[in-house]
Every structure is written in structure tokens, then in C-alpha cells.
Design a protein around this ligand. Sequence first.
Ligand code: FAD
Length: 385
Amino acid sequence: MNYFLTEEQQTIRDLARKLAEERILPVRAELDEKEEFPWAIMRDIAAADLFRVFVPEAYEGLGGGCLELCLVVEELSRVCSGVAVSYAASALGCLTLMEYGTEAQQQKYLPDIASGKRLGAFAITEPTAGSDAANIKTTAEKVEGGYLLNGTKQFITNGGEAEIYTVIALTDKTKGARGASALIVEKDTPGFTFGKKEKKLGIRSSATRELVFKNCLVPAENLIGREGLGFIQAMRLFDRSRPGIGAQAVGLAQGALEAAVDYAEQRVQFDQPLITMPVIQHMLADMAINVEAARALVYAAARHVDSGARNVTEPSAAAKVFASDAAMKVATDAVQICGGSGYMRDYPVEKMMRDAKILQIYEGTNQILRNAIAVNLRKRKGRAA
Ligand SMILES: Cc1cc2nc3c(=O)[nH]c(=O)nc-3n(C[C@H](O)[C@H](O)[C@H](O)COP(=O)(O)OP(=O)(O)OC[C@H]3O[C@@H](n4cnc5c(N)ncnc54)[C@H](O)[C@@H]3O)c2cc1C
């Protein structure tokens, strides 16, 4: 399908694809097995200038938008979703800063993110606040010289590896979510430590850790925007980042489809290659239809975000939900087509099926996002968005 990408977008996509095939493919199984953070690959991504893609030109970036970010994430995820999310989480960690930060804050942090010298991360989730993200308990008490941060963030991607964290905390705990604010917290700030690295089902090369704040003094100038806007900023961030999860799903599903076609061509049973059997052909056709439909929706949602439209909640959520459900189905069917071999770690589809599950869970579970879409449907009484 022709998505009428510009020459620059095609160049970005081709660069990411080349890097993924040359640098990630040879080590993806080892990274997964060892649950090792892909630092060498992060450096390759930096050397290829791909961290610059989502940063404005004024801060040493390439000035790309949501679609350009999606193109990179898709290509990385086609080979390894663990690497793709480690890359994407750096963008997640600085998008709030890019939208609401002061000139001084952006000058201070964005060039390092663009060069890949430092990684970013975003932290809202807590033990009591997952789907109910408004129920955060971490506090940021205003004191002389800044904010005193106390509390624990849970399941944070790039935790421990990133150096720049956007943290949502209550500057006024009497107001609940309306008392939340976004703060930039640097890794070596006294009082900021990390909990254990989580052992996960999939995306095992990515790092997922607790962030622990105990009387951690954050300078007042690290507040992003105004006090009390943190929850709204976080919701707006997810509206803009969810097509990226959709892109992760499209890449993963594309990789699984390719692996299944390869296997079905080579594997002979009953004296014929699997790919000549109508049942297998129909499974592969359905997988291909799902991948393309997901890609079309993700690119459309990303373009909607890049258009500057005010309300992007619904297309973003729809792209994330559809693409992640498609990826789960495609990866499961890929394992089915590969039979017993597909269940073994020697074949990539085993990892892809494990990696796919998280896409239905993070950045808003698919149930929560369906709730959000349903609310919008009621508001518009089912009319087209
Ligand atoms: C690997 C990984 C990486 C992550 N990275 C980050 C990160 O970088 N930063 C960050 O802030 N967070 C991160 N998260 C957190 C993630 O966004 C949350 O796990 C997710 O939002 C779900 O929250 P929960 O795990 O507490 O599940 P819960 O909220 O406890 O939900 C459990 C189940 O109940 C369902 N449910 C809950 N409420 C409702 C409802 N009202 N209607 C219907 N169903 C409902 C959910 O859909 C889900 O199926 C990460 C999580 C993981 C696992």
C-alpha cells in the first residue's frame, strides 16, 4: 500500500530498517535471553541520528512529528519490540517538556535527548494508580529551593537507564488529580533511587523498574508548565504517544507475518509445503489484512496528531487498540503456523508472541481505551468523528 510518505520520511524508515536488520537482528535472541538493556544498540541508534527524529530543529533535532516517530518504532519493532520500546520511551520522557517546557528547560535537556547522550523516561504509574492514574500518592511538597518529592513509581520503562525523568506528583494533595504537576527529575538527584528490575514475560531487553523518592529535592525551575496541570499534561501526552504503541504493534505483526510466510514456504508435510494448503493460505491472508489495516489506522492517527487537531483522543486510542489486538492475533497465528518449532526459542515467533501481550496493557489497557472511545461515542451519538 502506498502511504505517500515524503522522501525524508522514506529515508528515516529505510535507515531504521537497515539498522534493525544489521545491528538488532543478530543479537535480539541473546538480549531477550539475558534480559540485557540494549546499550550498544542505543548507541547505534544515536549514531544514526534517529533520536533526533522527534526533537525540534531548534534543539538539535530533525523536527519530525508523530508519524516520523512511528516509522522508526515500527521498523525497530519488526525485529525487536524490546529495543523499540526503549527507544520510544525516551521520546515519551521528553514530549511533555517539548510541549510545555520553558526555553531554558528545553535548551538544557533536549539536545542531549536528540544526540542520544541521555535517555528519557515518563513516570505516572504507582502501586495504587494503574488504570486509575488519577489516584497517585507521590507528593511534591513546595519547600525553600524547590519541591520535596516522596513516593514510589512502578513499572517505569527505561527506569535506571534513563537520566531524565518526567514525574507526575501531587503538589497539592488536597485536590487529587487537579493538584498534580509534572517535574523533571535527573537521575543522580539525592533521594532518588531505583527498585528491582522487573522480570517480564516479553520485551525482556527493555528495563522496567520502580522509582523511589525519599525527600528528593527537585529544583523549582524543574516544574513543567504550571502547578496543577500535571494530570492534564499526562493525558494529552498519551493521546499523542499512543500511535507509537500502535506502530510498535504494526512492526511486531509485520515481523511475525514474514516469519510465518518463510516457515510455511520451507516446511513440507504430506509431501507439500504448508503454504500450498488453503487453511494456511487463509490464515496468512487474514494476518496480512490485519497488519495492513493496523498500519493504515496508525499512520492516519499519527497524521491526525501531527495536523495539530485539538482532540486526538479517539483516533489515537483506536489505533493503539486495533493494532495491539491485531499484533496479538497475528503473533499467535504465526506460532500456530510454525507448529512445535514456533513454540521453541530457536524461532523468532515465540518471542514475538510474548512481546505482543504488553501492547494491549501499557499506555492505557485496551479495556480502558475502549471505555474512552465509548464515552466519546455517547457524546457524538455515534456520528462520524
Ligand atoms: C512492561 C511495562 C512497562 C510500563 N511502562 C510504564 C512507563 O514507562 N511509565 C508509566 O507511568 N507506566 C508504565 N507502565 C504501567 C502501565 O501503563 C500500567 O500497567 C497500565 O496502565 C495498567 O495498570 P495496572 O497494571 O495497574 O492494571 P490495573 O489498573 O490494575 O488493571 C487490571 C485489569 O483491570 C482492568 N480494568 C481496570 N479498571 C477498569 C475499568 N474501569 N473498566 C474496565 N477494565 C478495567 C484493566 O483493563 C486490566 O485488564 C508499564 C507497565 C508495564 C507492564
